[in-house]
Design a protein around this ligand. Structure first.
Ligand code: HQG
Length: 184
């Protein structure tokens, strides 16, 4: 991926996950907006994106290593990560028995007492395997910690899970009783 493409993914994430109004955009209730409208909105926000086209956004989505965005016809949305005021309702899905959450050593005491919380986002973000979870944790710590989540049991007992993409699961808050923290 080119440097420009990486920067484009970052600004699209800001617009589609966090601050659409900053770009003069209005997302529908499921988080969708027209690709062309997104290109025009970003083009109006600074010299770097002056020549941005819907086609370049489509190419970025198609070639990115992480499946952050979903395109359907003329529309685009973020698959996960939102912090908009109104929660985007996911489609409930049956999780595998175990999922994993990568975090920092500093967060462990709170997670041990109150479980996993979405914090500023709509959902808790989980990974399908410990290696992916470690990469998520590495965004915040050189010594990431991986928590094992008894997702199958939590789901059977009423907790709702959603699919983000192939490597991201989402969930409602997860009580500590379903977690296995490293030093237990
Ligand atoms: C922690 C990236 C205190 C949690 C990634 C995490 C992911 C608590 C932080 C996606 C807590 C929130 C999301 C509690 C959880 N007390 N801290 N009770 N419960 N935390 O960024 O999961 O590259 O909102 O462990 O790959 O790190 O952007 O969530 O450290 O999929 O596409 O609070 O973002 O994807 O941090 O990452 P975040 P996350 P992209």
């Amino acid at each position: 991926m080119s440097e420009r493409s990486i920067r484009l993914s970052r600004v699209v994430a800001h617009a589609l996950r966090h601050r659409p109004e900053h770009y003069g955009l209005e997302l529908d209730r499921d988080g969708w907006v027209a690709v062309e409208a997104l290109a025009r909105a970003l083009a109006g926000r600074g010299a770097e994106w002056r020549d941005l086209s819907g086609q370049e956004i489509r190419a970025m989505v198609a070639t990115a290593a992480k499946q952050r965005y979903e395109i359907s016809g003329d529309l685009i949305r973020a698959r996960y990560g939102h912090s908009l005021p109104d929660r985007i309702e996911g489609v409930p899905a049956v999780p595998p028995d175990l999922l994993y959450h990568g975090t920092t050593p500093e967060a462990l005491p709170k997670i041990r007492s109150e479980g996993l919380k979405p914090m500023r986002r709509h959902y808790v973000h989980l990974s399908p395997d410990p290696e992916t979870a470690a990469l998520v944790g590495e965004r915040r710590s050189a010594i990431p910690v991986v928590i094992e989540v008894r997702a199958g049991q939590a789901h059977a007992e009423g907790l709702t899970f959603y699919r983000g993409n192939d490597s991201v699961w989402l969930s409602d808050p997860i009580p500590a009783s379903y977690l296995r923290l490293p030093d237990e």
